[in-house]
Design a binder for this molecule. Structure first.
Ligand code: PLP
Length: 375
């Protein structure tokens, strides 16, 4: 099996899974309990929080654990707008967000907020456009760091700096799911106030994520219960999942440069292998993360190519896993051709992919182009 869908989810390494198992079968206490088992579980939470804090470059009390990036983003966006609604009514985001931000924005709009969705220009996002859109009425800016379909990197640090210089009222949130532990980026060294990340994109289990919240950020809780996770995310912490995420982050954080170099190599190799293939278009901009490559195969519908490659044991994506085959409109936004989205294949590398696998994948894509009847 050759897995090239690491932007959708990743395989948990056995050593990491064992850490979770240990938390369930041995150190299974409730971290809020005062006895030894509880203290041991609390210690596991602390260790994981430390490794997340190191990766964010922040303090431990600026990290809360959640069930995933979707929940992190809900806490961040509803929390900030609720806390700041007396100061203003305007929110700025992009036209290419993942459903976890996009659908929250749609709901905030229904609730009466003015939502401005910045569009790309020539396939790129410019900080200037966000700064120009910011005024005294603006309370929130939410921008993704790396687009999950194409790998486009957005200038989030520059945007945060610029919008905050323009208006002191603004809180900046970043969806960091496709960049966390993959790009050398320390959120605490920027003007970004909140960043959502997910465990299952970085070799931890599904059902765990985190939210970085800079100290002093105005945020109101919207879910009630115990006072866990800085009183923002009530409920007994998922210690086994958190523990696994902490262990994975600790390891990945050390390997960011090494892994990035590996991704650049695989990226260059795939492009080289597909070079001179007339019917393949690589959909990228100059600001692309190397671990996501989106290609369009002329005349070959995504699902057909996906199944063809699947038969040969190459697993890729036809679009965002969360949109379940529905069009996202993102390709049209970035490449000014709505129809292209029907033909895209997303290849996303993981740390364990090899050069031989990439050569095999390129070969299978070319075979697919020859074998499939084009529309
Ligand atoms: N944001 C982006 C950019 C994603 O790619 C995803 C997952 O596909 C999410 C958010 C949602 O993450 P989670 O599955 O942890 O809720």
């Amino acid at each position: 099996m050759h897995y090239f869908d690491n932007a959708a989810t990743t395989k948990v390494d056995e050593a990491i899974a064992k850490q979770a198992l240990l938390c369930m079968t041995h150190d299974f206490g409730n971290p809020s309990s005062f006895h030894k088992l509880g203290v041991a579980a609390q210690q596991k939470l602390t260790n994981s929080r430390k490794s997340l804090a190191k990766a964010f470059g922040c303090k431990e009390d600026e990290v809360i654990f959640t069930s995933g990036a979707t929940e992190s983003t809900n806490i961040a966006l509803f929390g900030a707008t609720c806390a700041l609604e007396k100061r203003g009514n305007k929110i700025i985001t992009t036209s290419i967000e993942h459903a976890s931000v996009k659908n929250v924005m749609d709901e905030l709009e229904r609730k009466g907020f003015e939502v401005v969705r910045i569009k790309p220009r020539n396939g790129k996002y410019y900080a200037k456009d966000f700064i120009d859109a910011t005024d005294d009425n603006t309370i929130l800016v939410s921008v993704m760091h790396v687009n999950n379909l194409t790998g486009l990197v957005l200038p989030v640090a520059e945007i945060a700096k610029g919008v905050k210089q323009k208006s002191r009222n603004v809180v900046v949130h970043v969806d960091g799911v496709q960049s966390f532990c993959k790009l050398p980026f320390k959120v605490s060294r920027t003007d970004i106030d909140m960043m959502s990340v997910s465990g299952h994109k970085i070799y931890a289990p599904k059902g765990v994520g985190a939210l970085y919240i800079k100290k002093g950020t105005k945020i109101k809780k919207h879910c009630y219960g115990g006072s866990h996770e800085n009183d923002l995310r009530p409920g007994t912490e998922a210690v086994p999942l958190i523990c696994a995420m902490g262990a994975s982050v600790a390891r990945l954080n050390q390997d960011v440069d090494k892994n990035l170099e590996h991704y650049y190599k695989l990226n260059a190799l795939l492009k080289e292998e597909l070079e001179n293939t007339d019917d393949i278009r690589i959909l990228e901009s100059e600001d692309n993360a190397p671990y996501i490559i989106c290609i369009a195969a002329k005349g070959v519908k995504s699902e057909i190519m996906l199944h063809f490659l699947g038969e040969k044991n190459f697993y890729v994506a036809s679009g965002s896993a969360c949109s379940k085959g529905k069009k996202t409109g993102i390709i049209g936004e970035l490449f000014e051709d709505d129809k292209l989205e029907d033909f895209i294949i997303r290849i996303s590398f993981g740390k364990d992919n090899t050069e031989d696998e990439v050569k095999g994948l390129a070969c299978a894509v070319k075979e697919g182009l020859d074998a499939i009847i084009k529309v």
